[in-house]
Design a protein around this ligand. Structure first.
Ligand code: FES
Length: 160
């Protein structure tokens, strides 16, 4: 899953990005830059990095699976991260997550077919007094969520 063929043009573009990073210590920065461009780290992309940087593919997979900010699967334009920490749980986070699942038609960790949305659960976003909360990309914290607010938010994002 998550596999996509790379075109010659894309390969050239990736080559330029890969060349910007030199040392072994820059693997994380390189993977982050590639993920920003591609949306996720496909096997083909990791293979190209492995060839060009002479880094074993297993080592790249090791890094990509260790850090939670990396994704090996396509993600949506909007990544909705709904908090399931204690404070949010007490304030109804389960209901918020259920509303999102219903509204989006996907489960936790899944992406909609149109690649608009990815739904993820996280543990405490550090703003417990605003519980229950969620964040969408870098749009800031959506505070004191309700099922009605969830529906409104998803509709607004679809219209963008
Ligand atoms: S538990 Fe949700 S923000 Fe802290």
């Amino acid at each position: 899953m998550g596999e996509e063929k790379i075109t010659a043009k894309k390969r050239e573009q990736l080559k330029k990005t890969i060349a910007r990073f030199s040392g072994q210590g820059e693997v994380i920065a390189l993977l982050l830059a590639i993920q920003r461009e591609e949306g996720f780290l496909s096997r083909s992309v990791l293979e190209q990095i492995s060839e060009e940087k002479n880094i074993p593919l297993s080592e790249l997979y090791g890094v990509a699976t260790f850090y939670s900010q990396f994704s090996l699967h396509p993600r949506g334009k909007y990544v909705i991260r709904v908090c399931q920490g204690t404070a949010c749980h007490v304030q109804g986070a389960t209901k918020i997550a259920e509303s999102l699942k219903q509204e989006l038609g996907i489960g936790e960790g899944e992406t909609t077919h149109d690649r608009m949305f990815t739904l993820e659960y996280v543990n405490c976003l550090g703003c417990c007094s605003l519980a229950p909360v969620l964040v969408v990309n870098d749009l800031g914290v959506q505070a004191k969520m309700t099922s009605a607010k969830v529906r409104k938010l998803v509709r607004e994002l679809r219209r963008r």
